[in-house]
Design a protein. Structure first.
Length: 255
């Protein structure tokens, strides 16, 4: 599969109109930056039928704070998007730590979401990080190029995705793009996302709540992003009420 990754540097892009099978979008960085375009692009990618990825650029600050910042921003898209940690030297206060920072972050995201995240990094430090699902960047030069069936140095290392140019020229966009080749199938992509588990849980919730009024007015459609957000909100409310009820029960039992 072929695809692009984008950030606010590509402001104005219409990702649904760019040739490719997937789009990976920068959502957050550190603990205070949010890409102002990411949600618009994510919705457009999902509506187009392309595969979606969302990434966090590490500043190398507190691991849990950065992970929570990312998850709080993208939570509505868990189960619909591949989650990625971007590990680069620029602005990264912990870059030399490598595994000591990346693995705890990735494991935290995995445990919090049930979605297997991917690690983006350059080929030069690929083996300083033990995470099994890697998206590796390595370019032969800066010659503009279309998607390539066999990028330079292919097969020199194992990876799920290879970024092989930052000067991709792809129909649908007039500037340079990072372009990538995925060595996993669409089904394997969804397995990392955890879609089957997410959809099964969503269906179970829908079965329980099927008599509840639907504020979207569009019926019960698992692919309806607004409806899934509504389900999440209802479940959060129910969870809070159950917690409050348990506190009252504990207080009565203590008397």
């Amino acid at each position: 599969m072929n695809g692009i990754d984008i950030s606010s540097w590509q402001a104005g892009i219409r990702p649904s109109q760019v040739e490719g099978d997937f789009v990976i979008v920068k959502a957050t960085e550190g603990t205070n930056y949010v890409n102002p375009y990411w949600r618009e692009w994510a919705d457009e990618v999902l509506a187009s039928g392309k595969l979606l990825g969302l990434y966090h650029y590490a500043d190398g600050l507190d691991i849990i704070s950065e992970a929570d910042f990312f998850l709080n921003e993208v939570r509505d898209y868990i189960g619909q998007a591949l989650l990625v940690l971007d590990w680069e030297s620029g602005g990264n206060y912990s870059f030399g730590a490598h595994d000591g920072w990346t693995t705890p972050w990735l494991n935290y995201v995995l445990n919090e979401t049930g979605s297997m995240p991917m690690l983006y990094l350059s080929a030069s430090i690929a083996y300083a990080n033990s995470w099994p699902h890697k998206w590796i960047a390595q370019y032969p030069d800066y010659t503009p190029t279309y998607y390539q069936d066999h990028p330079w140095n292919e097969g020199a290392y194992e990876c799920d995705i290879r970024q092989y140019s930052s000067v991709g020229r792809i129909p649908g966009y007039g500037g340079n793009l990072d372009i990538n080749k995925a060595y996993i199938t669409e089904d394997e992509w969804w397995a990392l996302v955890g879609k089957e588990d997410f959809m099964a849980n969503a269906q179970e919730i829908i079965d329980i709540l099927k008599d509840t009024s639907d504020p979207t007015g569009r019926g019960m459609h698992l692919t309806d992003h607004d409806h899934i957000k509504w389900i999440a909100a209802v479940c959060k409310d129910i969870s809070a009420k159950l917690d409050e009820l348990q506190k009252k029960i504990d207080a009565l039992e203590a008397k």
